[in-house]
Design a protein. Sequence first.
Length: 405
Amino acid sequence: MVNSFSPARAGALALGLAAALFAPTTLAQDAPPACPAPLPVGPEGIDFYTPPDSLPDADHGSIIWTRSYADGSATIAGGTNTLLLYTQEGIHGDTVATSGYMVVPDGDAPEGGWPVVTWAHGTTGIADQCAPTINDPSYDKDARDTLLAGWVSKGFAVVCTDYEGLGTPGDHPYLIGPSEGKAVLDIVRAARQYDTRIGSRVVISGHSQGGHAALWAASIAPDYTPELDVLSTIAFAPANSLETEVPLLSAVGNTTSLSGTVALIVRGLSIANASLDVVDILTKDAAALYPQTLTECSIDLDSNSSFGGVGANDLIAPGAKLTDVTTQLKDNDPTYLTGISQPVLVLQGSSDTTVFPFTTAAMVKNLVAGGVDITEQIFTGATHLSIIDVGASNATDYLVSVFSQ
Ligand SMILES: *[C@@H]1O[C@H](CO)[C@@H](O)[C@H](O)[C@H]1NC(C)=O
Ligand SMILES: *[C@@H]1O[C@H](CO)[C@@H](O)[C@H](O)[C@H]1NC(C)=O
Ligand SMILES: *[C@@H]1O[C@H](CO)[C@@H](O)[C@H](O)[C@H]1NC(C)=O
Ligand SMILES: *[C@@H]1O[C@H](CO)[C@@H](O)[C@H](O)[C@H]1NC(C)=O
């Protein structure tokens, strides 16, 4: 039977012949396999955010694992949403796991790959459950979802970091520029590793805390992610000049709308620098509420039963020595950034009472003096939140023109 010719044996011979024809190329060149090993799929539920003991032995911006984000809290319409856990260089120079998501438009990628926008979100808080990919307690959620869905519909991939320590182990260094900037850039690397149809042409954008993050990302990109071709940055009401504002709090009266954010700013400084003694600068009322900055999201911190019930003039202890605080705030102020070599568009509402028009104007003036190609558009009557809606069409036209060059 062994030597008899049967259809089955003919099939085996044909397969053997095919293997002989195709195998030598691979064997002779000792080349890596054409298809890299598939990326790990992460666990369901909240376990996704806890990385395995050993992180990838590769440069920052590497995928740890992924899973579908089709039904997530921050899912964007018009494309395929994927949740990512990826590495970034953390605030203390170590490699940390950061979460975020990516949205790839439906259809075929253009030549050169999908252009990509990396979006940096506005303040949600420091506690893990405040991460947009987990619960998305974002004040700007609706306007942001519409803006980003519009960008996906134009044929741009969109990637959105949660930021270092927000959702993932470790504390979130709120408004600490280098940490934010690295999170915003490394998610582009991770997205390109996950989907090789994403190209290297990048625009950085964000709102509020995210405008701050976007400007920082633009500044560090040439050194941190040199393979990315960052074409431009679009910053909506970027946080700036906090070192000039915090010392003025005692003079602004008993307004309460900023108190929750100020508490987060102080907490962010202490996360970045444990030697900074911040509790001593707070009043007794503020110090009593201060632990909530690690457990509550902005929406709750802003309520009357939390910092929303404490006046701006009752946050900082009278006579507190603020020099160390203001030094660190200035170190993280985008006003003094260098190394931004590509154009920047800033969109600012004239009625913004969170990021004040006069400080943004001063920031822009200083950056212009430093040689940055930066344009500010001021939208009359727009507030800190409405600027996304009101500025959306100008931002989108600008984005389309940048990517069509
Ligand atoms: C805030 O101050 C104004 C006048 O300075 C006063 O009328 C008002 O009651 C104060 N509000 C609170 C909540 O303390
Ligand atoms: C951290 O805070 C300490 C105490 O204020 C200060 O001496 C030190 O310079 C700060 N470090 C950084 C990196 O800002
Ligand atoms: C919070 O306090 C303000 C001013 O004191 C008041 O107008 C508002 O109704 C309070 N809100 C809630 C939800 O209690
Ligand atoms: C928005 O863009 C239009 C068209 O380029 C421009 O005329 C207008 O001045 C821009 N708006 C602002 C507030 O700069």
